[in-house]
Design a protein around this ligand. Structure first.
Ligand SMILES: Cc1ncc(COP(=O)(O)O)c(C=O)c1O
Length: 399
C-alpha cells in the first residue's frame, strides 16, 4: 500500500504541529499563553446563539449546495457596504474560508501551474496549493519595507508562462500589511497584463487600524471577471468554530465549474449557516468596538515586543498578527524549550515559528508570528514570558 507523493511532500502545519507538546504541558498543570493561532477570545455575537436556538425544523436536513439562500442574500447585502452589486449565486457558501480556498485552487490549477504569493504567507496556502498539484512562486517581502509587494518589477520577476493566479491576503496574515488603493491598482493591472486570476482573501477586511480604509478587490470593476474573493465568519465575528465562509465571484463560468465539486461535497452545516446569517446582518457599526479592541491589543503587543532586546518588527496596519525576528538562530528550537522546559510561575508561552511561512529555503528560521488575539493583559504577560524565555534559553547555551 502506498500513500501519494503529493501528500508526503507536504509539511505539518507550523501553527498546530507543536500542539501535542502544549497539550502535555497543560495536562501537567502549566498555563500556556496561546499566541500561536488566530483564535480570538472575543465573545461570539449573541445573535448567533439566538438564531440557532430559534431553529424549529423537525429534521436537520441537507441544505442546498450553494448554501442557505437567506445566508447568500445576507452576504449580498453585506457587500453593498463596499458598493458591490452581487447576485445570489455570485456567492457560494463554504466550510470556512479554508474550503473556499481549497475549491478555488482545485478549480484553477493544473499540475505544475504556479501561484504568485507574497512571503511570508499564511502557511496553509502552501498546503492548499500543493493539494491541487500547484507550485507556490514567492515574492519575498521585508519588515524594513513594510512588507510591500505590490511592486511591478518584483511581480514581473516571478511570473512565467505557467502562472495562473496571484493570491493576495489583505489585510495580511502574517504581516498585517494593508494594500493601498494604488497597490491594488498595480496588482489589478499586472493580472490583466498576464491574464491571471486574482484570489483576494479578505477575511480580515474589518481589521484595518489607524483610520485605514476598508476595501475589497471586488470594487475594481475592470477586473470583476477575474477576482475570486474569500470571506469568512471566523475572525470577523469571532466564530471560528462555526466553519462558515464563502467565495464570491462574478465569473459565471468559474462558479459553474466550482459548483461541480460543491455538489459532490453536498452542503455545509445548516445550524452554523443559520447563525452566520444573523451575524452577517449585524450593522456596520458593530465592528467599531471590536476594531478598537484589536488596535489596543496590537499596541500593547508591539510595545511589549519592543522591550525585548534584539527583536526586529514592523507595527502592523491590520489583521491581528505580528511577524518579527528574534535574536535566536532557530525559533522552532526556542519554542521546544518554552513548551518543554521553561516555566515562570508555572506559565509559558506559545507562538508560530515562521520558517513554514516561507517557500524560499532558509528564510524565516529566526522569525515568528504572534497572534494578538488575547486580552491586553494576557498579551503583555505572554510577550513578557517570551522575553524571559529567550534569556533562559541563551543562559543554558541555546543559539
Ligand atoms: C488569511 C486566512 N485565510 C483563510 C483562513 C481560514 O479561516 P477559516 O477557514 O476559519 O474561515 C485563515 C485562518 O486563519 C486566514 O488567516
Amino acid at each position: 500500500m502506498r500513500i501519494s507523493d503529493r501528500v508526503q511532500a507536504m509539511q505539518n502545519s507550523p501553527i498546530r504541529k507543536f500542539n501535542p507538546m502544549a497539550d502535555a504541558a497543560e495536562a501537567a498543570g502549566v498555563k500556556i499563553y496561546h499566541l500561536n493561532i488566530g483564535q480570538p477570545d472575543i465573545e461570539t455575537p449573541s445573535v448567533f446563539w439566538e438564531a440557532v436556538k430559534g431553529f424549529d425544523q423537525k429534521v436537520l436536513a441537507y441544505a442546498g449546495s450553494w448554501g442557505l439562500p437567506e445566508l447568500q442574500d445576507a452576504i449580498v447585502d453585506y457587500f453593498k457596504r463596499f458598493d458591490m452589486n452581487l447576485e445570489r449565486n455570485d456567492v457560494l457558501i463554504t466550510a470556512g474560508g479554508s474550503e473556499a480556498l481549497t475549491l478555488t485552487f482545485l478549480s484553477i490549477i493544473n499540475p505544475g501551474d504556479e501561484v504568485i504569493v507574497a512571503e511570508p504567507y499564511y502557511t496553509n496556502y502552501l498546503t492548499f496549493i500543493q493539494a491541487a498539484d500547484g507550485v507556490v512562486k514567492p515574492v519575498t517581502t521585508y519588515a524594513e519595507e513594510g512588507y510591500k509587494y505590490a511592486i511591478k518589477e518584483r511581480l514581473e520577476a516571478v511570473v512565467t508562462d505557467k502562472t495562473k493566479m496571484i493570491s493576495i491576503v489583505n489585510p495580511g496574515n502574517p504581516t498585517g500589511c494593508i494594500l493601498s488603493r494604488e497597490d491594488m491598482r498595480v496588482i489589478a493591472d499586472f493580472a490583466k497584463e498576464h491574464d491571471l486570476w486574482i484570489l483576494a482573501d479578505e477575511v480580515y477586511r474589518e481589521f484595518a487600524y489607524d483610520g485605514r480604509e476598508m476595501t475589497s478587490f471586488g470594487q475594481l470593476a475592470d477586473i470583476e471577471d477575474r477576482v475570486i474573493i474569500i470571506d469568512s465568519v471566523s475572525k470577523r465575528f469571532s466564530a471560528c468554530g462555526a466553519r462558515i465562509g464563502c467565495m464570491v465571484c462574478k465569473n459565471k463560468e468559474f462558479m459553474a465549474q466550482v459548483f461541480k465539486i460543491a455538489m459532490g461535497r453536498l452542503c455545509v452545516p445548516t445550524l452554523d449557516m443559520v447563525g452566520a446569517t444573523a451575524m452577517y446582518k449585524l450593522p456596520a457599526d458593530f465592528f467599531n468596538s471590536v476594531r478598537a479592541e484589536y488596535e489596543h491589543r496590537r499596541d500593547v503587543a508591539y510595545d511589549a515586543l519592543m522591550k525585548i532586546p534584539g527583536v526586529v518588527c514592523q507595527k502592523p496596519g491590520g489583521a491581528f498578527y505580528i511577524t518579527c525576528k528574534l535574536p535566536v538562530e532557530n525559533t522552532e528550537d526556542l519554542l521546544l524549550f518554552l513548551l518543554n522546559e521553561f516555566r515562570e510561575n508555572n506559565e509559558t508561552v506559545m507562538y508560530a515559528p515562521a520558517e513554514g511561512f516561507y517557500a524560499t529555503p532558509g528564510l524565516g528560521r529566526d522569525e515568528l508570528r504572534i497572534a494578538y488575539i488575547l486580552k491586553a493583559e494576557d498579551m503583555a504577560r505572554g510577550i513578557e514570558l517570551l522575553g524571559k524565555g529567550i534569556e533562559a534559553y541563551k543562559a543554558k547555551g541555546g543559539k
